[in-house]
Design a protein. Structure first.
Length: 236
């Protein structure tokens, strides 16, 4: 009993950590890149940093809200989808129990159990309607019950990550009056941050860490370079 409980707790903690990490990756990736590109673009058009700071802060605020709402809606959709499928499974268990029992038997058959064991397992599982439906949800539909607080937590995690990421490329503009000088410092610290972020993101996702880090850093550099170049062309 104790071992099972500990294993379950560990599994839930792992799933929660994974979801939080996913939120941070989503928020940080855009938070580092978009404000960096925006600041670089405006730096190519103006000399002072006042406008860049105002525009950058406005973008970070708008971006964090938009990204947070996106995370909230995604979390709500996941919960709503699960509840819809759960309701449907309960209805099918009530209306067509024989078909549902056969699906349970097919599942146990796929595990390589003998005919006798399959029959006993089906009989045991279908005694409890909740366990029966939970089994169908997990193994027939591949759905795990989502955390009802997931939507709010995801929105918060993504928004904060976006803000933190966005303040990194914008921070030099608070200390330099010349936009080009600020951009140079911003480029250095942001590219370093993108490399570090890309490295750990790649480690988590299981791809080559160094290659992933360079890829993330290159995307940020290209976005900022294009924005800066376009601003210079328009100004010319």
């Amino acid at each position: 009993m104790t071992d099972t409980h500990l294993h379950h707790s560990h599994h839930e903690e792992h799933m929660s950590s994974s979801a939080t990490l996913t939120d941070i990756v989503i928020g940080m990736s855009d938070g580092l890149t978009v404000p960096f590109a925006l600041a670089a673009g405006i730096s190519g058009a103006v000399e002072g940093t006042g406008l860049i700071i105002v525009a950058g802060l406005a973008e970070i605020a708008a971006g964090s809200i938009a990204m947070g709402l996106g995370g909230y809606l995604a979390g709500k959709t996941e919960v709503d989808h699960y509840n819809s499928e759960l309701k449907r499974e309960y209805e099918e268990v009530e209306k067509v129990p024989n078909i549902e029992k056969q699906e349970v038997k097919d599942f146990f058959s796929s595990l390589g159990l003998s005919e006798d064991v399959q029959e006993k397992a089906v009989e045991e599982v279908t005694k409890d309607k909740k366990k029966w439906v939970d089994l169908m949800m997990k193994y027939e539909l591949g759905l795990d019950k989502p955390d009802p607080k997931r939507a709010r937590t995801s929105a918060f995690n993504i928004s904060i990550s976006y803000i933190v990421g966005g303040l990194i490329p914008l921070s030099p503009y608070f200390f330099f009056k010349n936009s080009i000088e600020a951009l140079k410092i911003s480029a250095v610290i942001t590219l370093i941050a993108l490399f570090i972020f890309g490295y750990f993101k790649s480690k988590v996702t299981g791809v080559n860490a160094v290659a992933g880090a360079f890829r993330v850093m290159t995307i940020g550099a290209i976005a900022a370079g294009c924005a800066f170049g376009i601003a210079r062309l328009i100004q010319a």
